[in-house]
Design a protein around this ligand. Structure first.
Ligand code: NAD
Length: 290
């Protein structure tokens, strides 16, 4: 089985590396030549175009920023759809709008090409470790066939339903992360302003009910003033925009999520959109005059 991999960014590069390390034959592409060269150095191949890549591969993984990039790479002129044989499977692991996944699925099916939407959670550390959580939408039989391939990059791979369901699950994930990261920020700022060492407060509460994966990943970054991404504020805003579009579409008010999205927007306007989303703490510090 030959695996195509398009999108070697913060997440895609370590995911592709894990596939190579597991012995898979990989053909990779990215706009960034350095990332492609790094994978070639590990034994992967590249192709002169997306069409060439698609014509050589049985399965093609995409790990791109958002819906427009995935649509362009898969359905656009010179895209995967022009090279892929009927029976080829595209696994889009990017976080995109569920509606966009369903549109891409329908266009590919017309040519006998199948799509799984399989976004991930866990961030760069878990991408490196190969312990991501993957949530998958699409045809169940195709899912079963590619479960083992996905497990190379993950410690949890869960089928959640028809096309688009994987990205609905990812939006739910992003709501929980956004509110949790805000709660951690508020708590650390409160500790500091009340004259108690935030590090000790973190150590005191992380083992109790307040403890979470978000707290353990992000509280140390906030205290160390390390805002290197990780997961950029502008990508989280992208996800929350998709959340709000989806929630409006199905009639679910999400007042707290909307508020956190505006806070992230304020941070982006302030020039920190490329920082890790843990930099949301700076907003709360400003409010508290720290
Ligand atoms: P990134 O910006 O680091 O990587 C995107 C990659 O896609 C870049 O290397 C870019 O060059 C490449 N690319 C863009 N357009 C392309 C094109 N037309 N052809 C070929 N390559 C192209 O982003 P990331 O942080 O790796 O995130 C990728 C996806 O994973 C996003 O949807 C994001 O929301 C999601 N995600 C990110 C994290 C995280 O912690 N960073 C965690 C979970 C999910």
């Amino acid at each position: 089985m030959k695996v195509g991999f398009i999108g070697l960014g913060i997440m895609g590069k370590p995911m592709a590396k894990n596939l190579v390390k597991a012995g898979h034959k990989l053909v990779v592409l990215d706009l960034n030549k350095e990332s492609v060269d790094e994978l070639i150095g590990m034994g992967a191949e590249t192709a002169p175009s997306k069409v060439e890549l698609a014509s050589q591969c049985d399965v093609i993984i995409t790990m791109l920023p958002n819906s427009p990039q995935v649509k362009e790479v898969v359905l656009g002129e010179g895209g995967v759809i022009e090279g892929a044989k009927p029976g080829t499977v595209v696994i889009d692991m990017s976080s995109i709008a569920p509606l966009a996944s369903r549109e891409i699925y329908a266009e590919l099916e017309k040519k006998g090409i199948h799509l799984l939407d399989a976004p991930v959670s866990g961030g760069e550390p878990k991408a490196i470790e190969g312990t991501l959580a993957v949530m998958v939408g699409g045809n169940k039989e195709i899912f079963d066939k590619y479960y083992d391939l996905l497990m190379v990059m993950a410690s949890s791979v869960v089928y959640v339903g028809e096309s688009g369901a994987g990205n609905v699950a990812k939006l739910c994930n992003q709501v929980v992360v956004a509110l949790n990261i805000s709660a951690v920020s508020e708590a650390l700022v409160l500790a500091k302003k009340a004259g108690v060492d935030p590090e000790l407060v973190y150590q005191a509460i992380r083992g109790g009910l307040a403890g979470s994966t978000v707290m353990d990943a992000k509280a140390p970054m906030m205290m160390d003033r390390n805002f290197k991404p990780g997961f950029r504020i502008d990508l989280h805003i992208k996800d929350l925009n998709n959340v709000i579009d989806t929630s409006h579409g199905v009639g679910v008010p999400l007042p707290l999520t909307a508020q956190v999205m505006e806070i992230m927007q304020a941070i982006k306007v302030d020039g920190s959109g490329v920082e890790d989303h843990s930099s949301i703490v700076k907003y709360y510090e400003k409010l508290a005059n720290i």
